[in-house]
Write a protein that binds this ligand. Structure first.
Ligand code: ZN
Length: 506
């Protein structure tokens, strides 16, 4: 069927508006990158106003009456069927967000944005002083907002579904509950066995690693995993992140700690994994909102795949450890590859999520997931949150924080209003292992390739099955197409048992 004149006009207008909104977005991303990599302190206030203006402009374009009319025209079944696949996926994606945003009361939304901006700065002080009472009134209001949003967005079974959908489209509590329950049982059993061996890392403490030399190694690692520096750069920041200004400008940041070599190495590979994803998206998606990763979970699967499955494998370091020895000959003279390999895979229950190893990491997420659900249904009051946190830490990890600063106050997410985000991190692990098994069937010699310093087989598989699609496909579609199975916990558990079974003899 040929498009009618009004449909053709709607396609043209929609594309033009998305192109302009995308240009505003580029400016916003660059401002955000600059804010986090060394913008002068005194400029922050005026900068925040500019960010506010540009974001409001994008929001206005994406929620206008006209936008609604174009989307309605293009969603008519006959019209929709005659659109090309990229336009179809664009209409689907933009319409979903349009409806979500239109369901919020604009005045209420503004109030929420102001509230979380304030709460985030209160959180910093509260965390530092380990004083939950300071943050409590803010959190109480934020939780009430989450309940309102969940009602406005709608859900079939559980209000938490409405929040999950924002980060991992299509995922529900009905799927996550049994998955996480299974994961919890199996992981705590493995953890007990590992702790029971009493084995500790022999990594030498108290040595200094020059930051400039760490940067050299980080650049070497980024290049060697296939990151294209001609469309990227590496900068320094307090909290490492990856950000795409546009399809050909995909940036990575890291943090150098001179007493802790491993922090920058693995932080850089992690952000590099995110960047490889963004550098692999099909150029056909440029100037559409599909030119980004499919979801938080799929994105995290790529960063964790490179950081943990590749970056903490022995094969990878058989090739790269000699480079590290060359850069730090005195500091590492008495450290063998075996000691290094065990040190980068040490398992130990710990209090802080972002410092957790592969085995314990998901337990930190399950804890947060259970608390968020209880807050949303009203089964848990914000006032009782610190006690509930400590109780769950004891149950899952066998340790309890000394104060709330290293407990319930450690993450910024709740102050930022990001309820429903945490599960994405655990999903990243699960997806990564499921992708590994599928890749292994096609590239069985991937470890030999790593020993030779090659990543083409691995990266090529990811490009073909994951990266190129951007947001063309939903997360669940990507997983089924790439692996032949829906999301499941077994590949991850097999990966953990195989790897840590060998490392710890359990
Ligand atoms: Zn990440």
């Amino acid at each position: 069927m040929v498009l009618t004149q009004s449909a053709e006009e709607a396609v043209r207008q929609l594309k033009e508006t998305l192109r302009i909104a995308g240009h505003h977005q580029q400016a916003l991303y660059l401002l955000s990158w600059d804010n986090r990599t060394g913008a002068p302190k005194k400029g922050v206030q005026l900068r925040a106003e500019a960010i506010g203006t540009l974001s409001e402009e994008v929001f206005r374009m994406m929620t206008s009456e006209q936008m609604g009319e174009w989307l309605d025209t293009l969603a008519e079944p006959d019209v929709f069927a005659s659109l090309d696949p990229v336009t179809q996926a664009t209409v689907r994606y933009v319409r979903r967000n349009y409806e979500r945003n239109r369901r919020l009361d604009p005045a209420q939304h503004r109030e929420f944005v102001t509230l979380v901006a304030e709460a985030e700065s209160v959180w910093e002080g509260a965390k530092h002083a380990a004083d939950f009472a300071r943050l409590r009134p803010y959190l109480e209001r934020i939780v009430e907002f989450q309940k309102t949003f969940a009602q406005a967005w709608g859900y079939a079974d559980h209000p938490y579904d409405a929040l999950l959908d924002k980060y991992e489209p299509g995922l529900t509590v009905a799927q996550l509950d049994p998955l996480f329950e299974h994961l919890k049982t199996e992981t705590t059993a493995l953890l007990r066995a590992i702790v029971g061996t009493g084995r500790r890392s022999e990594w030498p403490q108290g040595r200094r690693f020059d930051a400039a030399k760490q940067r050299e190694v980080c650049l070497h690692l980024l290049k060697s995993i296939g990151y294209d520096l001609e469309m990227g750069r590496l900068d320094e920041t307090e909290h490492p992140f990856q950000i795409s200004i546009n399809r050909y400008d995909v940036r990575v940041t890291t943090r150098y700690v001179e007493e802790d070599l491993l922090s920058a190495l693995f932080g850089t590979i992690h952000e590099g994994g995110h960047a490889l994803y963004e550098q692999g998206i099909s150029p056909d998606l440029i100037n559409t909102p599909l030119c980004e990763g499919a979801s938080m979970g799929i994105h995290e699967s790529q960063s964790r795949f490179w950081e943990n499955i590749i970056g903490r494998s022995r094969a990878f370091w058989e090739h790269h450890y000699p480079v590290l020895l060359q850069v730090f000959p005195t500091q590492l003279a008495d450290v063998s590859l075996d000691v290094f390999h065990r040190a980068i895979n040490e398992v130990q229950p710990s209090l802080i999520r972002i410092e957790a190893d592969e085995v314990t990491y998901n337990l930190h997420i399950i804890l947060r997931y259970e608390l968020e659900k209880a807050l949303l249904t009203g089964d848990l009051k914000v006032a009782d949150l610190p006690a509930a946190w400590n109780e769950k830490m004891r149950e899952l990890l066998g340790i309890v924080p000394r104060h709330d600063g290293e407990g319930v106050l450690q993450d910024v997410h709740w102050s930022g209003g990001d309820f429903g985000y945490f599960p994405s991190y655990a999903l990243g692990n699960l997806y990564a292992a499921q992708f590994l098994e599928a890749m292994e069937r096609v590239v069985p010699d991937w470890e030999d390739q790593l020993r030779r310093g090659q990543v083409d087989g691995i990266l090529g598989w990811q490009r073909e099955h994951i990266h190129r699609y951007g947001r063309m496909l939903e997360p669940a579609e990507i997983v089924v197409r790439a692996t032949g199975r829906p999301l499941e916990a077994e590949p991850w558990l097999r990966y953990l048992k195989r790897k840590y079974g060998a490392l710890y003899g359990v």
